[in-house]
Design a protein around this ligand. Structure first.
Ligand code: ADP
Length: 395
């Protein structure tokens, strides 16, 4: 019997989902995908088939619309289009697993209780993920759920990469580098095994550049170091997140500007990054690249500068570099950004073929480049499906 897995990927104001059918031999094909955007303001739901044809769409005008009716709509429409087949399992991307959850796990009351205790470590993400898990339990009580942690892939990072220079009491309380975008990095690491086995065994930087963005140093397919830290706020400049910041700035904002902890959190997560650097032009890279505003251009330059600086750190962690992989929205589609980043790495002997780059070719470096540069579309949902079936003993 084919199995159908619903993969759920909850962001701070959006929910992306997909339904995949997996056959007896493990062959999978996408059935449905969709999204609810702008949860909390004017929710917009769209459901598409694998070819991208819109199957259902709905807008809610009431900004107060709670999560449950939105999910009921998703579940009802998904079931309608599964043509009689029933869901086998639901897999969630859970942003933070804390120190204790380093592999995908079946959702049980004990797991929920353990994740609840993590709320202070990830106050923006854990309540969100738990609300979704509970809602799906109500909607589909007989369907098992699996939590796939975005931090888990980085469990292989050595202590030197994991520790912050703070007293050990805080380390013991969970203050350490976790790293994120793990499902994406794991997908790329597995993909390299088939498309570039020489890189799968080597030293590679993967640049996951979406609204959130980070770099991961892969040593033989395992995470050795990464730019995000205790939270997904650290590292690169992002759409609205600041990236790496002198911690004294937080103290200064609180003391001199009288900002509360909540106000600082809002500033650093929602009002910083590309949005702030561009003077409010956009948090979206495509809009910035198309803008004639000097500040938009400046924002892009700073994004690339910080990326190149952080890549330098990871190259030192790796002690060499064989490959560089671009992925996620900006990495897969913004040839200008790839060209700028590779330009900053020219000192390493990185050379790209401008035509291949414009075509978003699989390999965009020249044959004589010292580092092989690739573009690989990521697929976090594929990892969620794989882990979900494996945890349920059905993989
Ligand atoms: P998320 O982190 O929300 O999953 P995505 O991976 O979809 O985000 O990436 C979103 C980012 O990708 C946005 O900054 C968007 O502008 C950028 N992007 C998407 N397509 C293009 C494009 N053709 N050119 C430049 N940037 C693009």
């Amino acid at each position: 019997m084919p199995r159908i897995v619903l993969a759920l990927n909850a962001g701070s104001s959006s929910l992306k989902f997909s339904a995949t059918t997996v056959g007896e031999e493990g062959q999978s094909s996408l059935l449905l995908k969709g999204e609810i955007e702008d949860i909390g303001s004017a929710p917009h739901f769209v459901l598409k088939d694998a070819q991208g044809t819109v199957l259902a769409e709905r807008r809610w005008t009431d900004s107060e619309t709670p999560m449950q009716p939105l999910l009921e709509e998703v579940a009802a429409r998904v079931r309608e289009h599964l043509t009689g087949d029933e869901l086998t399992a639901i897999g969630h991307r859970v942003v933070h697993g804390g120190p204790d959850h380093m592999a995908p796990e079946r959702v049980t009351p004990a797991l929920i209780a353990s994740l609840e205790k993590l709320t202070p470590i990830a106050p923006l993400h854990i309540p969100h993920n738990l609300a979704l898990i509970r809602s799906m339990m109500k909607l589909c009580p007989d369907v098992p759920q699996v939590a796939c942690f975005d931090t888990a892939f980085h469990r292989t990072m050595p202590a030197v990469a994991r520790r912050f220079a703070l007293p050990t009491v805080y380390e013991a309380a969970g203050v350490r580098r976790y790293g994120f975008h793990g499902l994406s990095y794991e997908y790329i690491a597995r993909k390299l095994e088939t498309v570039a086995p020489h890189l799968a065994k080597g030293q590679v930087i993967v640049a996951h550049l979406g609204n959130g963005a980070s770099l991961c140093a892969l040593q033989a397919g395992q995470s050795l170091d990464t730019t995000m830290g205790f939270s997904p706020l650290d590292g690169l400049v992002m759409g609205t997140r600041c990236g790496a910041l002198d911690p004294a700035i937080v103290l200064y904002l609180e003391n001199q500007f009288g900002l509360s902890v909540d106000a600082v959190r809002h500033l650093l997560y929602r009002e910083s990054g590309l949005l702030a650097l561009s003077g409010g032009v956009a948090n979206d890279m495509r809009t910035l690249l198309a803008s004639a505003e000097p500040k938009a251009h400046e924002a892009v330059e700073i994004f690339v500068h910080v990326l190149a600086r952080q890549a330098g750190g990871l190259i030192a962690s790796l002690q060499g570099l064989d490959g560089f992989v671009f992925t996620a929205g900006i990495g897969e589609h913004a040839s200008e950004i790839r060209a700028m980043v590779c330009g900053k790495l020219a000192w390493l002997g990185v050379k790209i073929d401008p035509q291949a780059n414009l075509r978003h070719a699989d390999v965009i470096s020249t044959p004589d480049s010292a580092v092989e540069v690739r573009v690989i579309p990521t697929d976090e949902d594929a990892m969620i499906v794989r882990h979900t079936l494996a945890v349920l003993g059905d993989g």
